[in-house]
Design a protein around this ligand. Sequence first.
Ligand code: C5P
Ligand code: MG
Length: 194
Amino acid sequence: MINLVLFGPPGSGKGTQAKKLAEKYGLLHISTGDLFRKEIGDKSELGLLATSYIQKGELVPDEVTIGMLKAALARHGSTFGVIYDGFPRTVDQAKALDEMLEESEDEIDVLISLKVEDKEIIERIIKRGESSGRADDKDEAIIQSRIEVYKKETQPVYAYYDAHDKALTIKGSGDIDEIFESLCAVIDQVTVEE
Ligand code: C5P
Ligand code: MG
């Protein structure tokens, strides 16, 4: 099975690219952000809890996010592979994911980080907020907080996978199709090695 992590700061294009990759390679796209937004839309207890963190630009506690992810994977059953978008966001989430995959003698093949400068990220998120309806895309203080949380809590996930030679970075700014091509080149390499 192929297991990819699409990594990068908020607004780096993970969702856009993950959707395209999932379609091309027949992978299951799991976006924890989308899962939270679905729960919020359904006004579930989990949604209510998640809102209190998301509206401050903070991370939902690990055990909640990990539980939600496990449930989503169980719902989907068997698949050719998974593309994780927006997860893992902490080293503890990465460890939990590794343990979970190990149970089925599986592992993360590669984490690909999309590199985009802060200034461009903020512009992209504000622009997305005009149509996404996401409150956390409209408020600059929330956006700033999300970027700070990324640097402090999420960036160490890169080093965690890099220590196992599983992390790499590609340019995430510029043309969507060009970025997609770079991602495909990496994934083609991984699938050949499978
Ligand atoms: O991934 P995305 O940017 O769509 O996530 C939106 C928000 O959901 C994050 O800013 C964060 O508050 C919450 N989230 C989280 N943990 C994750 C993924 C998302 O707390 N693993
Ligand atoms: Mg996203």
